[in-house]
Design a protein around this ligand. Structure first.
Ligand SMILES: [Zn+2]
Length: 342
C-alpha cells in the first residue's frame, strides 16, 4: 500500500523528451535565465563572504536551470517545492502564539508574488508547493499536534482569503490514511530515512576537520539545529541545568535532521520534477535554492519570530527583541496580535 502511495505522484509530470520540440531549446534557456534572475536576489546563502555573484551566479543556477527548462519545453507551469510553514515555535518569547499571524501572511504573499513575476516572463507561470513539515518533527520540537493542525488550517485559509492562487499545500497528513501521527512518522523513516548512527559519525568527522563537504554540512546542520532547539525551548515549565538542556537538544537535533532529510527524500519522490527551494541558507551551487521569505538580511523565519514594520520596510525579529525596542503592538481585526510597528 505504501509503495502505491509513492508511485501515485501528484501533479504534473514531464512528457518524454522525444515528444518535446527541439527548436524550443534556445528559447527555454533564455526564459530559464530570466526566471532565475527573478529568484537570485532572494537567495539565502550560508555566508555572504562566499564568492557568489549577488545578481546572477552561474554555479547557483546550475542545479536548477535544467529542471526549469524542462517545464518550459513542455509548456507547463514551473513547479517549485518548498518544505516550510511547519507550526509556530513553542517559545512564546519569540512568537505571539501558536497561530500564524502577519509574518506568515507577508511570506505567503511574497512567494505568490514571486510566481506572478515569473508569469510576466513566462506565460505558463509558476506554482509553489508548500510542504508543511510540522508533523514530521512536532514531537521532537515540543509542538502540540493540535497546534500543528490548526496552523496548517489557518495557513490554508490565508491562501484562500488572499487569493494566492500560485500556492498549494502538502503535508504528511495527506498520506496518513488513518494512521496515527507516530505511525506515519515511523512509516516516513522506514521508507525514506537514513541511519542515525551514520549521520552522527559524519557529524563527528565534520567537527574533527574532515574535508568531505557532506561531513562539514552534517556538522553545520547539527550545530545549527541544536542552537535552534535550545532557543525554541519554552523555559517556563522545565527544570534543567544548562548542560542538561544542551545534551537534550543535541540528541533531538540529530533526530530532527534525520526526519527532515527523510521528508526531503519523500518530497523528491512525490514531486520528482519540482525545483527545490529551501528556507535554510545554502552554499553556492547547492542542490536546493535557499530562499528568503521576508527581507534579506536576517536568518529568521515567520514561525520563529514576529513581523516588525519599520521605516525601511518589514523585517522579522524575536518577539522579545521587538518588545525591548518598545515597538507598538498592532492587532488584527479580531483583536489578536498581528505584528509590531517601530
Ligand atoms: Zn553562487
Amino acid at each position: 500500500m505504501e509503495a502505491k502511495l509513492i508511485n501515485h505522484v501528484a501533479g504534473y509530470s514531464h512528457s518524454k523528451s522525444e515528444n518535446r520540440n527541439p527548436n524550443s531549446t534556445s528559447n527555454s534557456v533564455n526564459i530559464s535565465r530570466q526566471i532565475l534572475e527573478i529568484l537570485m536576489p532572494y537567495r539565502r546563502l550560508i555566508s555572504t563572504a562566499e564568492c557568489c555573484d549577488v545578481s546572477f551566479c552561474n554555479q547557483c543556477a546550475s542545479h536548477h536551470a535544467g529542471k526549469i527548462q524542462r517545464f518550459i519545453e513542455d509548456q507547463a507551469p514551473i513547479t517549485f517545492a518548498l518544505p516550510a510553514f511547519p507550526s509556530k515555535s513553542p517559545n512564546l518569547s519569540k512568537v505571539f502564539s501558536a497561530r500564524p499571524d502577519q509574518a506568515e501572511k507577508m511570506a505567503l504573499r511574497f512567494l505568490n508574488r514571486l510566481c506572478q513575476e515569473i508569469g510576466e516572463v513566462y506565460s505558463f507561470g509558476a506554482n509553489i508547493i508548500l510542504c508543511s513539515d510540522g508533523r514530521v518533527f512536532s514531537d521532537l520540537i515540543g509542538m502540540q499536534e493540535s497546534d500543528v493542525t490548526d496552523y496548517q488550517e489557518i495557513i490554508a485559509e490565508m491562501i484562500r482569503e488572499d487569493g494566492l492562487d500560485h500556492l498549494t499545500l502538502f503535508s504528511l497528513d495527506e498520506v496518513s490514511h488513518g494512521k496515527s501521527f507516530d505511525e506515519v512518522r515511523a512509516w516516513l523513516l522506514e521508507h525514506f530515512g537514513s541511519s542515525l548512527a551514520d549521520f552522527k559519525a559524519s557529524v563527528v568527522r565534520g567537527g574533527a576537520g574532515s574535508n568531505e563537504s557532506s561531513d562539514l554540512e552534517a556538522h553545520r546542520m547539527y550545530c545549527g539545529i541544536t542552537r535552534f532547539l535550545v532557543d525554541d525551548m519554552d523555559r517556563t515549565n522545565i527544570n534543567m541545568t544548562k548542560n542538561q538542556i544542551q545534551k537534550d537538544c543535541k540528541t533531538r537535533a540529530a533526530k530532527v535532521i534525520q526526519r527532515s532529510n527523510a521528508w526531503s527524500e519523500f518530497i523528491g519522490e512525490k514531486f520528482p520534477n519540482a525545483v527545490r527551494l529551501s528556507i535554510h541558507p545554502q552554499s553556492c551551487g547547492a542542490k536546493k535554492l535557499g530562499i528568503h521569505l521576508i527581507g534579506t538580511e536576517a536568518w529568521m523565519t515567520p514561525w520563529h519570530g514576529v513581523l516588525v514594520e519599520t521605516d525601511g520596510g518589514f523585517r522579522l525579529m524575536k518577539r522579545w527583541q521587538a518588545e525591548e525596542l518598545s515597538a507598538k503592538l498592532i492587532l488584527d481585526h479580531q483583536s489578536r496580535p498581528s505584528h509590531f510597528k517601530l
